[in-house]
Design a protein around this ligand. Structure first.
Ligand SMILES: Nc1ncnc2c1ncn2[C@@H]1O[C@H](COP(=O)(O)OP(=O)(O)OP(=O)(O)O)[C@@H](O)[C@H]1O
Length: 296
């Protein structure tokens, strides 16, 4: 539904995006991850035609510039609202609605949906970071686009707005839309995304579906015991493996939590903690980032 191929961009001779290709299928949310300066924002800007560089981006099979009203096909939030700082929120959004060919009457419900009814009279220049982010989201959603491209959309939002945004993005994807968002909030990506794409130094270094991450790494058990050596030996005798995690807890693979619990009870080894864990996007990201660090 949304795809990019061969995206590239240089600033003063330095390649900051270098051959990035990615696809966001209909019905899914893709998280774009990477360290500061990895090239995420530049990639999103290239996809939206806001930065000039190499490569192609297609939305529903056509370049964005070929769509008659691009804002009704793709909604974007790239930080900030745009618009004049002296314009009031309601007037700014009315202008956006006009440009999109959307009834101006839709502005009120769009602001209400994001809890900003009280802020309609504020000037854009008076908005807090979170409010500006919410106005940006209201603006992006105004044309009811099926594709969303969002740069750090959770930035500055309070917990209610985060929950609202997570639900809204999930709903848009579940209704057949495609959402691409960058974020440093790995727990949010973990809860929301179906796919993750990791960038480092302008390139895509890893990509995976969240299901594959879970499947590949398998479940593991986290334990805490005052007798880790005895527990490790008992687990090894039974075909599992115990590795220290953080100096207090340890990770067990090869046995499930019932097996670990029974084994500890049989051997009289105290356990202070026993938890079965699904591998997270955070662990995937950190393992990929570690490889990247060790090979750079
Ligand atoms: N307008 C610009 N002029 C010069 N260099 C730029 C410009 N915009 C971005 N860069 C450089 O391009 C590289 C990638 O920046 P980009 O903002 O795309 O990274 P990012 O992954 O979004 O980072 P962050 O997570 O910090 O937002 C960085 O080295 C940045 O300094």
């Amino acid at each position: 539904m949304l795809s990019a191929s061969g995206l590239a961009k240089s600033y003063r001779g330095k390649r900051v995006v270098d051959g990035v290709s990615l696809a966001v299928p209909a019905g899914s949310v893709t998280g774009l991850l990477g360290a500061n300066g990895a090239g995420k924002t530049t990639t999103l800007r290239l996809m939206l035609g806001l930065a000039h560089g190499e490569g192609e981006t297609a939305v529903l099979g056509r370049p964005l510039r070929e769509w008659h009203s691009p804002g009704r096909v793709v909604g974007a939030v790239l930080g900030g609202v745009g618009g004049h700082p002296r314009h009031r929120v309601r007037d700014h959004l009315a202008m956006v609605a006009h440009g999109l060919g959307v009834p101006v009457g839709d502005v009120g419900p769009a602001l209400a949906a994001i809890g900003l009814e009280q802020a309609t009279g504020l000037r854009l220049g008076q908005l807090s970071l979170g409010m500006a982010q919410r106005v940006g989201l209201a603006q992006a959603l105004l044309g009811s686009p099926r594709v969303l491209i969002l740069d750090e959309p959770f930035n500055g939002l309070d917990p209610h707005s985060i929950a609202w945004l997570r639900g809204t993005l999930r709903r848009i994807a579940d209704e057949g839309g495609a959402v691409l968002l960058s974020s440093h909030l790995l727990a949010e990506i973990d809860q929301l995304a179906d796919h993750v794409v990791v960038m480092a130094r302008g390139r895509v270094t890893a990509q995976s579906s969240v299901d594959q991450i879970t499947e590949r790494a398998g479940l593991h058990v986290v334990v805490e015991s005052p007798e880790p050596e005895r527990l490790a030996a008992a687990i090894a005798e039974n075909g599992g493996c115990l590795e220290p995690l953080d100096g207090v807890r340890a990770r067990v693979t090869g046995l499930d939590r019932h097996q670990v619990g029974h084994l500890a009870a049989e051997r009289g080894i105290p356990l202070y903690w026993l938890e079965e864990k699904t591998p997270s996007v955070e662990e995937f990201y950190l393992s990929v980032a570690e490889e990247e660090f060790s090979t750079s």
